[in-house]
Design a protein around this ligand. Structure first.
Ligand code: 0GY
Length: 305
């Protein structure tokens, strides 16, 4: 085996159950990853972790098992700016997957065109310090300007405490901006407390900002054990997701985050994550917006009349 997994690495959960929640037809898992396989698509030298393999075939099997129609595959930091594994998966999906890439300033226009042809519709800027080294903001802004001309958007990943410092940069981005995992709120704080209010203000004042209401398994302190009735798994995350879905129903996306990198405890059965959706998106209208209409508008706009 060419790559040794990071010590303590939790592998993704094999054999997920069937969700009880009936996904709407055409539902999109709009945040998931492929890792390697490492002997085919080597991990990047500058990576901060080495995952287990999570191949395109395994991702597509999960898609079909859970009842999704399509995926948006987000380039993970362990592959750096080498987008080959993600691109290979998009192409192999035969139109059922689109992608979000990581690119450097040195990327050529031809390469951007090749990524577009493969199905890429966005770039990801990552500000989570445990995952990446700092990229100068002028470099990121230059990339944003170039990909804007392709009609792509920027996905941003950051911790809630860093939003004030990043605000000016984010609000100058010239594209649609999609925030990963609701900006990673501290869910032990009140849902109407100052930290989450700042995030809501960000979305309210900047109509180009969207959010993924994803990753309860990362954000939760209460954890995955369902206690029955109102006591859903990851119940402490629900008020945050529900607030964003109900306040900005036309600017939200949902994803499994499979294969769940860097989870140190309680690797979820992805079925549990799907079954949490109706707690945050409580009507069929909200569920269709979250899972079908919104991701189509962003990733398959040619299909939206
Ligand atoms: C996620 C979250 C994480 C990792 C990455 O690209 C990545 O390495 O996104 C994380 O560790 O929080 O969205 O997959």
């Amino acid at each position: 085996m060419p790559f040794e997994k990071t010590p303590g690495w939790l592998d993704w959960y094999a054999g997920p159950a069937k969700p009880t929640f009936q996904l709407p037809a055409g539902a999109v898992d709009a945040h998931c990853h492929v890792f390697g396989p490492g002997d085919e698509f080597p991990f990047a030298p500058e990576r901060k972790y080495t995952p287990c393999d999570a191949s395109k075939a395994q991702l597509f099997a999960l898609r079909d098992h859970l009842g999704f129609a399509r995926n948006v595959i987000v380039q993970a930091t362990c592959h750096g700016a080498d987008n080959r594994a993600m691109v290979d998966a998009c192409i192999a999906s035969q139109g059922k997957a689109r992608g979000v890439a990581t690119v450097r300033r040195s990327v050529t226009d031809d390469e951007l065109q090749r990524l577009h042809a493969a199905g890429v519709r966005g770039v990801r800027f990552n500000f989570v310090r445990r995952l990446v080294d700092f990229t100068p903001k002028d470099e990121l802004m230059e990339i944003a300007g170039r990909i804007a001309t392709l009609g792509w958007h920027v996905v941003i990943y950051f911790e809630a405490v860093d939003l004030p410092e990043l605000w000016d940069f984010f609000t100058r981005l010239p594209t649609t901006v999609v925030v990963d995992h609701m900006g990673r709120p501290d869910v032990t704080q009140p849902v109407d407390g100052p930290e989450f209010e700042l995030f809501v203000k960000f979305m309210r004042e900047y109509p180009n900002v969207w959010s993924k209401v994803s990753c309860p398994e990362r954000l939760s302190v209460s954890g995955p054990r369902a206690l029955g009735g109102e006591q859903a798994a990851y119940r402490d995350v629900v008020p945050f997701a529900r607030r964003i879905v109900e306040t900005f129903p036309d600017r939200v996306l949902w994803g499994t985050d499979w294969s769940h990198p860097n989870l140190n405890v309680d690797m979820p059965d992805d079925c549990l994550l799907v079954d949490l959706i109706p707690h945050s998106a409580t009507t069929r209208y909200l569920q269709r917006s979250l899972l079908v209409y919104n991701p189509l508008r962003l990733y398959w706009p040619e299909e939206v009349k």
